[in-house]
Design a binder for this molecule. Structure first.
Ligand code: 5AD
Ligand code: SF4
Length: 466
C-alpha cells in the first residue's frame, strides 16, 4: 500500500434525516488506500449527523485522524499531530466552542488504551472494524463519556454504514476505491496488519455489486477493488458455488457504464490460474499488477514467513506476462530485515533487475511491537539499512524512468480524470496508472480517449490526441 498522508474531503450528501446542528469535520488520512476508502465512509456516516467536510483543522469542530501503524514513523506522526490538536482544543474551549478529537484506524486499534492514557484531549478512539458506531461514540463523548471502541464488531460494519454520499452539484470523481476484503491471515513476521485489521474477511458478492452499481450510476468509470490481500477474496456465486476474485471481476465487468477495473494489493500465494486468465480475457482489467515480494533472498523470505521462494515469484510473473504481455509490475520491498546479509541484499537487487518494475515502494525494516520479527536477535544497524535503501531506490527509480521513456511514442487509451495545471488541459490516467497531461475540454472528464504519448515529466507523461 502506497499513499502517504492523503487528505480526504469526501463530498457532503445532505442526507441528514433529523434536524442537526451544522458542524464541520476535518479527516486527516494516513497510510494506505484502504484508509482512504474508510475515511470517505466515515465522512458519509458523519454527514448523517450534520457534519460537512472541511480541509483544515482550523475551522473544524471535529478532527479525525485516520491512522496507520505499518511502520514506526507512521505511528509517531499521529502522536505529534495529537500534540498540536491538544493546543488547538485548549484555545477553542477557552472561547467556549466545541472541539472534538477522534483517532481512528490502525494506531487506534493497536494502541487505543495508550492513546487514551497519553492524550486526555482525545474524545473518541475507534478501530477500523467499528466505524459505523462513530456517531454514537461522538454522542457519548459529548455527554462526557470518553469512548475507546476497538472491538472486532460481530455485526457487519459495511451493512451499518450509511450509503455512499452522492456529491452535490459537481459529479464525484470518475475513479473510486471499493473495499472488497479486509484483514490478513498470512502473518508475515514483520507485519502488524493481521493484528490491527484481524483475519481475512470478504464482503459478499451482492453487497459489492450493489455498491459498484451505485458508484457507476454517479459517474465512476474506473473502480479499484481494495483489500489487504485482495486476491484472497472469496464469495458465493449465483448457483451457490464458491468463487474467487477472477469471477468477481468478471461480474463487475458486466455493469453498464463501467470502463476499467483494477485491484490491489495481492499476495503471490493467492495469484491463481483464474486470476491470471482474467488478465488475458478481461480487457477492462487494466494491465497493472501490484505484487509485492519484499526480498529477493530465499533465506529472508523464509524468515519473513512469505511462504514462497524468489524463483517461484519470478515464474509467476512470467505466467502473468504471458497472459498479458503489456502488464506493468509494481512491488514492495523491505531492506534490513533481521539477519539480512550483503549477499541477501544483493539477491534483492538481482531480483529487481530480473523482473523490471514500472513502479515500486521500498522501506527500511521497522520493528513492530508484537510481531515475531521484533523478537529476532540479529537486527540490522540503521546505517546499513539507510545505505541499502538508497541503493535499491536508485535502481528502482532508474527502472521507473525507463518504463516512462518506453511509453513515449505509444498510442493508448486514457481516462480523462480532472483539470490539469494549465487552462485547456486535463489529466488523464493511462492503463499503467500514470498521470497523462493532454489538451482537452473540461466537459470531456469521464471520457476515454485515444492519445499518443509524446514525452515524460518528473511524475507524469505528456500526450496529444491520436
Ligand atoms: N517495516 C517496513 N516495512 C513494512 N511493511 C510492512 N510492515 C513493515 C515493517 N515492519 C511494508 C511492506 C508491505 C507494505 C505495505 O509495507 O513492504 O508490503
Ligand atoms: Fe502484512 Fe504479509 Fe498480510 Fe501483506 S500478506 S498484510 S505484508 S502479513
Amino acid at each position: 500500500m502506497t499513499q502517504d498522508s492523503a487528505e480526504i474531503t469526501a463530498p457532503d450528501d445532505g442526507m441528514s434525516g433529523e434536524a442537526v446542528a451544522s458542524r464541520k469535520v476535518f479527516i486527516k488520512t494516513y497510510g494506505c488506500q484502504m484508509n482512504v476508502y474508510d475515511s470517505s465512509r466515515m465522512s458519509d456516516a458523519l454527514a448523517a449527523e450534520g457534519y460537512t467536510p472541511t480541509d483544515s483543522a482550523d475551522d473544524a469542530d471535529l478532527v479525525l485522524l485516520n491512522t496507520c501503524h505499518i511502520r514506526e514513523k507512521a505511528s509517531e506522526k499521529v502522536f505529534s499531530a495529537l500534540g498540536r490538536l491538544r493546543d488547538l482544543k485548549r484555545s477553542r474551549n477557552a472561547e467556549g466552542r466545541e472541539f472534538m478529537i477522534g483517532v481512528a484506524g490502525c494506531v487506534a486499534q493497536a494502541e487505543g488504551e495508550e492513546i487514551a492514557r497519553r492524550e486526555p484531549s482525545v474524545d473518541v478512539v475507534i478501530g477500523p472494524q467499528t466505524y459505523h458506531r462513530l456517531p454514537a461514540a461522538l454522542h457519548q463523548a459529548r455527554a462526557g463519556k470518553r469512548v475507546v471502541d476497538t472491538e472486532y464488531a460481530v455485526e457487519d460494519k459495511f451493512e451499518h454504514l450509511p450509503q455512499i454520499a452522492k456529491a452535490k452539484g459537481s459529479a464525484r470523481s470518475v475513479t473510486a476505491f471499493l473495499t472488497v476484503q479486509e484483514g490478513c491471515d498470512k502473518f508475515c513476521t514483520f507485519c502488524v496488519v493481521p493484528y490491527t485489521r484481524g483475519s481475512e474477511v470478504s464482503r459478499p458478492l451482492s453487497q459489492i455489486v450493489k455498491e459498484a452499481e451505485r458508484l457507476v450510476s454517479e459517474g465512476v468509470r474506473e473502480l479499484t477493488l481494495l483489500g489487504q490481500n485482495v486476491n484472497a477474496w472469496t464469495g458465493t456465486g449465483a448457483r451457490g458455488e464458491q468463487i474467487g476474485l477472477a469471477q468477481l471481476l468478471h461480474r463487475l465487468a458486466d455493469i453498464p457504464g463501467l470502463a476499467r477495473l483494477r485491484y490491489t494489493t495481492s499476495h503471490p500465494r493467492d495469484m491463481d490460474d483464474g486470476l491470471i486468465a482474467a488478465h488475458r480475457d478481461l480487457r477492462m482489467l487494466m494491465p497493472y499488477l501490484h505484487l509485492p515480494i519484499q526480498s529477493g533472498s530465499d533465506r529472508i523470505l523464509k524468515a519473513m514467513n512469505r511462504r514462497h521462494k524468489a524463483d517461484e515469484y519470478v515464474a509467476l510473473i512470467e505466467r502473468v506476462r504471458a497472459a498479458r504481455p503489456d502488464i506493468a509490475l509494481s512491488g514492495d520491498f523491505i531492506v534490513g530485515f533481521p539477519g539480512e546479509t550483503d549477499a541477501d541484499f544483493e539477491a534483492t537487487l538481482q531480483l529487481v533487475r530480473d523482473v523490471g518494475y514500472a513502479q515500486a515502494y521500498s522501506f527500511k525494516y521497522s520493528e513492530r511491537p508484537g510481531t515475531p520479527g521484533a523478537e529476532l536477535a540479529d537486527q540490522v544497524a540503521d546505517a546499513v539499512k539507510t545505505e541499502r535503501l538508497a541503493r535499491l531506490q536508485e535502481l528502482l527509480l532508474t527502472q521507473q524512468r525507463q518504463f516512462a521513456e518506453d511509453c513515449v511514442g505509444r498510442v493508448t487509451d486514457i481516462l480523462l480524470e480532472k483539470p490539469g495545471r494549465n487552462p485547456g488541459q486535463l489529466i488523464g490516467r493511462s492503463p499503467w496508472l500514470q498521470s497523462v497531461n493532454v489538451d482537452a475540454k473540461k466537459s470531456q472528464i469521464g471520457d476515454i480517449i485515444n492519445v499518443r504519448i509524446t514525452g515524460t515529466g518528473p511524475n507524469s507523461l505528456f500526450a496529444e490526441m491520436a
